[in-house]
Design a protein around this ligand. Structure first.
Ligand SMILES: C[S@@+](CC[C@H](N)C(=O)[O-])C[C@H]1O[C@@H](n2cnc3c(N)ncnc32)[C@H](O)[C@@H]1O
Length: 256
């Protein structure tokens, strides 16, 4: 990875920004474009606080995700299988633009970039400076660029990405439906969306137990039709949902 390739990613990312949606000039001194500065807001829950911690960012980047999956009783794919599954679900390959919302340390973003060619670009967006410090330290490859921004107010024009994904984050964000609406806004006609988030379950007392554990930790539990319902109401097609323990995987396409 050369400095020129690194610069090229940031230049491409700059060209995607909608200047009317920027509150400040992007700062690139940390190796990613920073639109938040000191304005990131206060974390409201233990889970949100953890994501702002350098220690958690380091541990997460080193594969904590697999352990977390086991701890959550997520009887589904490993983190590596999830990454390959996300590349397939988003139908990546070629000169696409892909947006990884709440990318954390970029564990998925750099894999997405590896599936692209030519002028393709994978953008990892996250609000946490420690997470992005890990991303630019360990997960910079050709065709990747990272952006510090709030997923509830994305700085991109409508329909600017061919693929948009959000894994393991909607359950942490205070307004997950605002994030989802933003993801749909920036998704181009014919583009694919992939989501991985929590699932409340279908029977009692499972639902109540998961809801209480979620409240205690700040992790929101989603019902089966909450996300798919929004996708359907927004006109998306080919909606598919897989349930794995406490997690759900959802994919869909915006019609051309
Ligand atoms: C558990 S990590 C998921 C990382 C990555 N998607 C993965 O699956 O490996 C959740 C991420 O969501 C980010 N996040 C939470 N709220 C956010 C917001 N409003 N805007 C952008 N990122 C946010 C956190 O900073 C954290 O890095």
């Amino acid at each position: 990875m050369t400095d020129a390739e690194r610069e090229r990613g940031l230049t491409q990312l700059r060209s995607l920004l909608d200047s009317t949606r920027l509150d400040r000039e992007p700062d690139h001194s940390a190796g990613y474009l920073d639109l938040l500065g000191e304005e990131a807001g206060q974390p409201r829950t233990p889970a949100q606080r953890a994501m702002r911690s350098s220690l958690v960012a380091a541990v997460y980047q080193r594969g904590w995700r697999n352990g977390l999956n086991v701890a959550m009783g997520l009887r589904g794919p490993s983190a590596e299988q999830e990454r390959r599954g996300a590349v397939r679900a988003l139908e990546l390959g070629g000169e696409q633009r892909v947006l990884d919302v709440a990318c954390g340390p970029g564990n998925f973003t750099h894999v997405f970039a590896g599936a692209l060619t030519g002028d393709g670009l994978a953008v990892g967006l996250d609000a946490s400076a420690p997470m992005l410090a890990r991303a630019v330290g360990e997960n910079v490859v050709p065709r990747v660029a990272y952006l510090r921004a709030d997923a509830r107010r994305m700085p991109f024009p409508d329909a600017s990405f061919d693929a948009v994904c959000c894994y393991a984050a909607l359950y942490l964000v205070p307004e997950p439906f605002t994030v989802l609406v933003e993801m749909l806004r920036v998704l181009a006609p014919g583009g694919r969306i992939a989501l991985m988030t929590s699932y409340r379950g279908s029977w009692e007392p499972q639902r109540t137990v998961r809801t209480v554990l979620g409240w205690a930790s700040g992790v929101r539990m989603f019902d089966r039709d909450e996300l798919t319902g929004i996708l359907r109401a927004s006109g998306l097609v080919d909606i598919q949902q897989q349930l794995h323990g406490v997690a759900q995987f959802v994919t869909a396409r915006r019609p051309p």
